[in-house]
Design a binder for this molecule. Structure first.
Ligand code: PHE
Length: 353
């Protein structure tokens, strides 16, 4: 019987193709070729009607058997291929847990920011709030309201960056409305006192600018941290106690503090604060220039003239202020010999902190 033989050779051919299909796509192509809508076995089943009526049941049954057998073979092969594929993937993606780990170097804060945060935390611990002000500032806040007389040398265009070009005309002196890059964070004292009534306890970190050439102890742009306290009954003793606490917290309890009389236009009396050298302990060595002491900040009692600019009654309130350079504090704390290292971005230096 011709049709039965055709069917059985179709079966053999189909089973061979299933067995030799090497991946799931090839197997699917085999399934479509034999069992799909236009597949060869499907067409045999469709053609049953053309057979003699007595042949139909036999051939039909045979064709159905072959189809079932083929479906089973395809399913089995599919499972086989799937588990082979899984095994290959597990092999390829396997992790050797005995390999040594690769070291990651996560980023961290720049030393200047670490110092600013550390100092801020000390004063926040004393109940201070953090305030900020603009880096591009009015002459009024940077100098005038801080009691700088009009002829004060710091106002000169040789010391301060003015936004307006003052270079050509000799008569073109800076005035109160001039805009400049602030030379210190002290103008924020005035801004805070203008908008807030005492009691005031603020810490003001920020960038400041001076027309200096960068050298081991100067940067044209650096970071200051300003403090301002205004309250009833504030004395120089409060200032000194506060600064001693600050020095112990940042430099350690063995360091001593010394105040030297100084002058600032906006504080009276004023002082500079020195901390005993961490290397020689005050004896005098190379790192403190033989002095035994290192200067860390400027400070003083708020001048009543400054209070008059912001409408605070000097009969009722008194206050103190201080200002320090964060880069300098960092250099003193860690023995950095040249401030320029702090802004050059050399990773070999920065990674040490
Ligand atoms: N602004 C001063 C400076 O930059 C420092 C200072 C701040 C002094 C507050 C006294 C009080 O040198």
């Amino acid at each position: 019987m011709g049709v039965a033989e055709d069917l059985s050779s179709l079966r053999d051919e189909a089973l061979d193709s299933v067995a030799s299909a090497n991946d799931l796509t090839a197997l699917e192509a085999v399934r479509v070729a034999f069992l799909g809508k236009r597949g060869s076995l499907t067409s045999v089943l469709r053609g049953l009607g053309a057979l003699a009526p007595q042949d139909r049941p036999v051939i039909g049954q045979l064709a159905n058997q072959i189809r079932e057998e083929l479906e089973k073979a395809i399913a089995t092969r599919r499972d086989e291929l799937a588990s082979q594929a899984l095994a290959a993937r597990l092999q390829a993606e396997s992790v050797d847990v005995t390999l040594p780990g690769r070291k990651r170097s996560p980023g961290k804060q720049h030393l200047i920011h670490q110092i600013v945060d550390e100092i801020t935390a000390v004063f926040v611990g004393l109940g201070y709030c953090v305030a900020e002000g603009p880096e591009v500032e009015l002459e009024y806040y940077n100098f005038t309201a801080l009691n700088h007389p009009p002829e004060h040398p710091a106002r000169a265009a040789t010391d301060t960056f003015y936004v307006r070009d003052l270079s050509d005309e000799a008569s073109n002196v800076p005035g109160e409305c001039d805009v400049l890059l602030r030379t210190h964070t002290s103008p924020v004292q005035v801004r805070v006192m203008e908008r807030q009534a005492p009691p005031i306890y603020v810490l003001v970190p920020g960038k400041v600018y001076r027309r200096d050439v960068a050298d081991p102890s100067h940067l044209p742009r650096f970071t200051q941290i300003e403090g301002l306290v205004v309250d009833e009954g504030i004395t120089f003793g409060d200032l000194k106690g506060t600064l001693e606490h600050f020095v112990r917290e940042v430099f350690g309890s063995t360091r001593r503090v010394r105040l030297r009389p100084h002058f600032f236009p906006f504080t009276e009396p004023s002082a500079e604060v020195d901390v005993s050298c961490g290397i020689c302990g005050g004896e005098g060595c190379r790192s403190c220039g033989g002095e035994g002491w290192l200067e860390v900040l400027g400070c003083g009692m708020v001048d009543p003239n400054v209070f008059s600019y912001v409408g605070i009654d000097p009969e009722r309130y008194s206050g103190f202020a201080f200002g320090m350079g964060a880069e300098r504090i960092a250099a003193l704390k860690y023995g950095v010999p040249d401030l320029r290292l702090l802004v050059e971005g050399d990773m070999r230096f920065l990674r040490q902190f």
